[in-house]
Design a protein around this ligand. Sequence first.
Ligand code: FES
Length: 151
Amino acid sequence: MEENEQPTGGPYFVGKKDELIEAKRSFRTLEDRDILIIHHQGVFYALDSYCYHAGGLLQNGDIEELNGRLCIICPKHKYKITLAEGESLYKANDPRDPQPVPRWYSKGMKQRTHTVTEINGEVFVKLSKSQGWLESDFFQGEKGKLERAKA
Ligand code: FES
């Protein structure tokens, strides 16, 4: 992006579909934001590259289906984040249950996800600007780089 140019959020061309499928995980910087593009089970996802918890590198995380939802598991402290929504899930017992059984709960949207579209074999990402401030925003940009170094 040129200096003095206003960020629009895109959509930005991020690569050829075939190349992104072969790579499975691709890292891009768009408008000073580091994004992870994932191709998994035939679907593209895009989300902020650094985990909302302490800036862990999600590109190295395993992907698992948990409670019927595809999640990336942050390699740093194993937080589980849904690929499609950026929602953080955790499993716990409710101590009020007479016979506690571990269940899945949500901490809400924590990781910013972005919109991926494909046109004639080319893939584009439109950055999300919605939902106000999300916790993964903290680790983006120049200030985020310093925070990641401290974490
Ligand atoms: Fe991702 Fe802590 S940094 S779980």
